[in-house]
Design a protein around this ligand. Structure first.
Ligand code: MN
Length: 228
């Protein structure tokens, strides 16, 4: 059957030490998953259920590199995050079975137009234009869980022009990867190709055109972008 337009090409994320590529379907993100970041955003950190927002699949920028400073903002913020890539899905996945859905992990940046997000929060409006804009999700190549297992601890950090801005540990996550996938699959059917950004530690802050951002997760990998 012929389509009236060429179907969109999926974004393909490289897999480390392999010629394989991971095709991206949906991108989900968890809000406030580190207590110290919840506090810096003016919230009381507690274990209220995780909440989710999304980015379009084609907002993902595999491997980072040059990222255009986005329009309609004067406050672009960095958020370094552990990203989970799924090779299996389902609905109502039990916590004990959730990690079986994970193909691997990457370092990602949840780039955020903080001024638009603040305005949206104030007016009770959606976050889409604050979070889901073009090029808003650079990710490093994926590392298969078959190679490194499922990281539960390890430094997560971000430097801007060489200066440390974010530093935390995966062990500080309020909700674990398995718990996040279990909760999320209660709202939507997860599927192979989905990526899940798991939240950021404290230290988020603004970026300017010309900044070089380097971030990483110890034992997993690094990601670098330049704002152009
Ligand atoms: Mn985030």
């Amino acid at each position: 059957m012929e389509t009236i337009l060429p179907p969109p090409e999926p974004v393909l994320v490289p897999v480390v030490e392999s010629a394989a590529l991971f095709p991206v379907r949906r991108v989900y993100c968890v809000g406030r998953n580190y207590a110290d970041h919840a506090r810096e955003m003016g919230h009381d950190p507690n274990r209220e259920p995780p909440f989710f927002f999304g980015k379009p699949g084609d907002a993902i920028v595999p491997g980072g590199g040059d990222i255009p400073y986005p329009p309609a903002t004067s406050e672009l913020h960095h958020e370094v995050e552990l990203v989970v890539a799924l090779s299996r899905g389902g609905r109502d996945i039990p916590v004990a079975a959730a990690l079986d859905c994970v193909f691997g992990y990457a370092v990602g940046l949840d780039l955020t137009r903080r001024d638009l997000q603040a305005r949206a929060k104030e007016k009770g409006q959606p976050w889409d234009m604050a979070k889901g804009f073009d090029h808003s999700g650079p990710v490093s190549p994926l590392v298969p869980a078959a190679r490194i297992g499922h990281p539960r601890a390890g430094g997560i950090w971000l430097r801007v022009n060489g200066e440390v801005r974010q530093r935390g540990d995966l062990a500080q996550m309020t909700w674990s990867v398995a718990e996040i996938l279990a909760h999320l699959s209660g709202y939507v059917a997860l599927a192979p190709g989905d990526l899940v950004f798991t939240g950021t530690p404290a230290g988020v802050g603004p970026l300017a055109k010309g900044d070089r951002v380097r971030c990483g997760i110890d034992g997993l990998g690094e990601l670098e972008i330049a704002l152009v």
